[in-house]
Design a protein around this ligand. Structure first.
Ligand SMILES: [Zn+2]
Ligand SMILES: [Zn+2]
Length: 202
């Protein structure tokens, strides 16, 4: 007979459950995943861990790179960093490598991608995504300038925040757009909902 214990309180169970049950000792729900008994908290932790592995790949890093950086930060500071703080360091290092390259469309595409992806992750992790989002926009503008677009505008989807909505309708030369984006900081327009595109020809 297979012995089983409650994953929450460790008390012995009369038999190993095959589906969600409530522990008679502690009253916690016991979930069954691939034959393993888990608490609701463990299920949630596993879900977050899966999302974070996806985030690491989404940014173009490997889990090994993530773990090596996490270890280096832990050794340097004496504390294990939060997931998102490791991500920020990886992104900043990748961005500084890219910034060292000669200007090219590939360089701007890669910078836009890494900053925009990182801002999505920061938002989900409860951090302010705007500084990275703005950098994503900045390299988008530099990319469009390099490609040869003449007039740019913010495209503001329905339901955007007030700050983004206020940017609707204005058009910019690529140089003006780049200067505008470079001038933003702190609580300036978040540019959270909008994206940059070629202005409609009047
Ligand atoms: Zn229990
Ligand atoms: Zn917005």
């Amino acid at each position: 007979m297979e012995l089983a214990t409650c994953p929450a309180c460790r008390s012995a169970l009369p038999k190993k459950p095959s589906k969600k049950t409530k522990c008679a000792s502690c009253g916690e729900f016991i979930f069954v995943r691939d034959g393993h008994l888990m608490t609701a908290k463990e299920i949630e932790q596993e879900r977050i861990a899966r999302i974070r592995v996806n985030d690491i790949h989404y940014l173009g890093f490997s889990e090994e790179q993530f773990r090596a950086k996490e270890k280096a930060i832990t050794e340097a500071t004496g504390h294990r960093p939060a997931f998102v703080d490791v991500i920020i360091v990886l992104v900043e290092e990748r961005a500084s490598e890219l910034l060292g390259q000669e200007d090219s469309t590939a360089k701007f595409i890669n910078l836009r991608a890494i900053y925009t992806s990182a801002s999505d992750i920061l938002k989900r992790e409860g951090r302010d995504p705007r500084p990275m989002k703005r950098l994503g926009h900045l390299y988008e503008a530099k990319l469009l300038r390099k490609i040869g677009f003449k007039r740019l505008a913010f495209q503001v989807p329905d339901g955007s925040c007030e700050q983004c909505a206020a940017l609707s309708g204005k058009t910019y030369s690529p140089d003006e757009m780049v200067s505008f984006l470079e001038s933003l900081q702190g609580d300036d327009p978040g540019l959270c909902c909008c994206y940059i595109n070629e202005a409609n020809q009047q």
